[in-house]
Design a protein around this ligand. Structure first.
Ligand code: ASP
Length: 414
């Protein structure tokens, strides 16, 4: 069996949906299971609905209208009038309104998970109906009947034993199956695997079905050695090993989430990242083979970082007890550490302040420590660096810290 995953960008409009059928026709449909995300940026749009509903904001109706209009426009472009998909879309949106009317829960994460997955339910119903309409038979699976999780809403952990048993016993492997990414269930409640979770869904099905391969279809040629929005010259990576992909993700590359890689690596299932526009391009293969081919430096950029240098007011060394104090606080304030450097009297970290907690962290620490911080710096990581690559990064500004080990160079640039 082969698993295909189509993300939001691949089904962002009617042409995208048509293109899915073109990919299937060319690549073959037998023994394929396709996992689809919400269309375009619909998950963000659903987050706005949830926010408006949960915090009782006035704009609830307009957020719902936006989502409804978006999907209606796509189905109008794809189907004749009076097609049953119009009722299906209405009924899904009706279920969502029904939930909002009935719900008494004050637990945000629970409410979020019950509402957010309508993006995936809408997209898969639309794609499945379109494929049928043009004569491509397919079986629609509600993924919540297959992927079972714990109750950790918004970041649910897969119950592998149960999920594997259900998938093995119930997915017909000879036909074309179509299902939703990102969501699962516990009992009758919907859960989600975390944002960008659809790749992981593909990995789960691949693992449980001992799939031949997973292909993630994208609007780029494959995995590049740098973000083309930041670097003018980029190269396509033909091969990356599982370990290298995990390393790159660790440093912040938005390659493929380690969660997705792990089940594939366990069963040696290759993962292809390919362009849905250019089917002649073989893209990138993530697998057991070479670390990286071609062997070029890979650049990972993290903007809006804060570099903090900390030293003790009593001149004590920055060793175990001071460092453990600092780490506890970093954890308490949810500051994500992306680089660490220390000397006898100074400890520096480059952090991501996603939750805007830095000022509180600073106040908490300043009684005991001297703290110097540089805000809005950029952290550049180069895997498989060479002199030239480092020079290129140094050109981008003043380097305030650099750290180099055998395979990775990191520079904080102001
Ligand atoms: N639609 C979900 C999201 O945008 C899951 C996914 O696309 O992977 O996070």
């Amino acid at each position: 069996m082969r698993i295909f995953k189509f993300g939001g960008a691949s089904v962002k409009d009617a042409d995208g949906v048509k293109n899915v059928s073109r990919v299937l026709q060319q690549e073959g449909i037998n023994g394929v299971l396709i996992v689809i995300s919400a269309m375009g940026k619909m998950t963000n749009a659903f987050e706005k609905i949830i926010d408006a509903y949960f915090y009782k904001k006035e704009n609830l109706k307009s957020t719902i209208d936006f989502v409804e209009d978006f999907h209606k426009k796509i189905i109008e472009d794809l189907f004749p009038k009076n097609h049953q998909i119009y009722n299906k879309v209405d009924s899904l949106l009706g279920d969502l309104s029904g939930f909002m009317a009935r719900n008494k829960s004050q637990e945000y994460n629970y409410v979020y998970d019950q509402m957010i997955g309508y993006g995936e339910l809408l997209s898969t119903n639309i794609v499945s109906a379109y494929l049928l309409e043009i004569g491509i038979n397919n079986k629609f699976l509600d993924v919540r009947d297959y992927i079972k999780t714990d109750v950790n809403y918004r970041d649910a952990k897969v119950n592998w034993e149960l999920t594997e048993k259900i998938i093995k016993e119930n997915v017909a492997t000879s036909q074309l199956n179509i299902t939703q990414g990102f969501i699962g269930s516990v009992g009758v409640e919907t859960t989600t695997l975390g944002r960008e979770g659809s790749d992981y869904t593909a990995g789960i099905f691949a693992y449980c079905l001992d799939a031949e391969s997973v292909t993630i279809w994208k609007d780029v040629d494959g995995v590049l050695n740098a973000d083309p929005r930041v670097f003018t010259k980029t190269e396509l990576l033909h091969e990356i090993s599982y370990t290298e992909a995990i390393e790159m993700a660790f440093y912040g590359a938005s390659v493929i989430h380690p969660k997705t890689i792990q089940p594939l690596e366990q069963k040696d299932i290759p993962l292809f990242v390919r362009s849905f526009d250019d089917l002649s391009n073989k893209g990138t293969c993530v697998g057991r083979g070479n670390k990286i081919t071609p062997e070029v430096p890979c650049f990972i950029v993290k903007k809006n970082q804060i570099l903090v240098s900390i030293s003790a007011k009593d001149f004590s060394f920055m060793v175990e007890s001071n460092i453990s104090d600092i780490f506890k606080k970093l954890d308490n304030y949810k500051l994500k550490v992306n680089l660490i450097q220390n000397s006898a009297i100074s400890f520096s970290v480059c952090v991501d302040d996603k939750y805007n907690n830095f000022d509180a962290f600073y106040s908490d620490l300043k009684t005991k420590f001297n703290i110097k911080s540089y805000k809005e710096v950029t952290l550049y990581t180069i895997r498989h660096f060479n002199e030239e690559a480092i020079k290129e990064i140094r050109k981008k500004g003043k380097s305030i810290i650099s750290q180099i080990n055998t395979e990775t160079a990191q520079l904080v640039i102001q």
